[in-house]
Design a binder for this molecule. Structure first.
Ligand code: HSE
Length: 315
């Protein structure tokens, strides 16, 4: 019997510009870790939540009913656990309210860690539903575009109307994602409430074309079509004003060879796709544009086939 596990789940880019709530991309090199330890008391509890500085997190809740990780793990345990339970230790690696799928990474790492404690662990595809229970609590909406890439890795098509079906898409060769995280915070649930509920036929037709074009471009490795398609005419215009450095960072990206650039999720993070050999330079140029606006930032470069969540240890 397994008594103790640690799982890692990566951050992710929500929407990938073209597919609001239905397309997500895993990010390499940044993610959350969750440890799970078997307990005799029934259900899921939290032992501690550690922040990016390694200290106990000043305000992320350790109450099981208020933390995305424990809500997700509890949903799994209620259906598949035994009469004992597990205590979680959460190590945040993804900045909060960053548009990098922070709550999704915690939820995914928690279900992967707790799944490994089950007498019969579920296949990874079956964990999506439970991770989404945690994510829904945090974002106020039922969307899988952070949870699915964090769980499966790579580029995932995951529209809510098709769930639990998701599609891990082929990705083009030689393209990397650059993500710049300006040190600002945007609450996703709040940002979603401000979005228009109605759109014109013209907007709908245009965005459908970009989504179809982007997926076709990825499958056929057509970088020109990808550049023509990586556009958001629906959501980005409504959110751009909430990230003061977005126009400057996007201009820096587009002037320096990015195939496209948009907000990651509800922001403030900004991502670009670019030929891999240009990625280092582009990352520096985007970060410089952000700092020139007086906003400190961090940046990451990722392949488009970053691995999904995995178990780091089990004993
Ligand atoms: N698709 C979600 C949104 C992702 O854009 O609101 C949030 O990270």
């Amino acid at each position: 019997m397994t008594d103790s596990t640690i799982a890692f789940a990566p951050a992710s880019i929500g929407n990938v510009a073209v597919g609001f709530d239905m397309l997500g991309l895993a990010l390499e090199g940044v993610g959350d870790r969750v440890g799970a330890e078997r307990r005799s008391e029934y259900g899921i509890s939290i032992s501690a939540v550690y922040g990016l500085d390694g200290l106990e997190h000043p305000y992320l809740p350790a109450e099981p009913g208020k933390n995305t990780a424990s809500i997700a793990a509890e949903a799994l345990w209620q259906e598949h656990g035994d009469d004992g339970g597990a205590a979680l230790t959460i190590f945040k690696g993804v900045p909060l309210q960053s548009g990098m799928g922070s709550s999704a990474a915690s939820a995914v790492a928690a279900v992967v860690a707790v799944n490994a404690l089950l007498l019969k662990p579920l296949p990874v595809q079956d964990l999506l539903h439970f991770a989404m229970a945690g994510e829904q609590y945090a974002s106020g909406g039922l969307h899988a575009d952070n949870v699915a890439p964090s769980l499966f890795g790579g580029l995932v098509f995951c529209p809510s109307v098709l769930l639990p079906e998701t599609v891990c898409l082929p990705v083009p060769t030689g393209i990397s994602a650059v993500l710049v995280h300006p040190e600002l915070q945007i609450n996703t649930a709040h940002a979603r409430k401000g979005l228009s509920a109605t759109y014109s036929m013209q907007q709908w037709l245009e965005q459908q074309a970009y989504l179809g074009g982007f997926i076709a471009a990825c499958a056929s490795n057509d970088h020109d079509l990808l550049a023509k398609s990586l556009k958001d005419v629906i959501i980005e215009p409504q959110r751009a004003a909430s990230v003061a450095c977005f126009p400057a960072v996007r201009d820096a990206a587009m002037d320096n060879g990015a195939l496209g650039c948009s907000l990651s999720g509800s922001g403030p993070s900004i991502f670009a796709l670019v030929q891999s050999q240009r990625a280092e330079a582009l990352s520096a140029q985007m970060a410089e544009a952000c700092r020139n606006m007086g906003i400190e930032c961090q940046s990451w470069i990722s392949s488009m086939s970053a691995p999904g969540a995995y178990l780091e240890s089990s004993a």
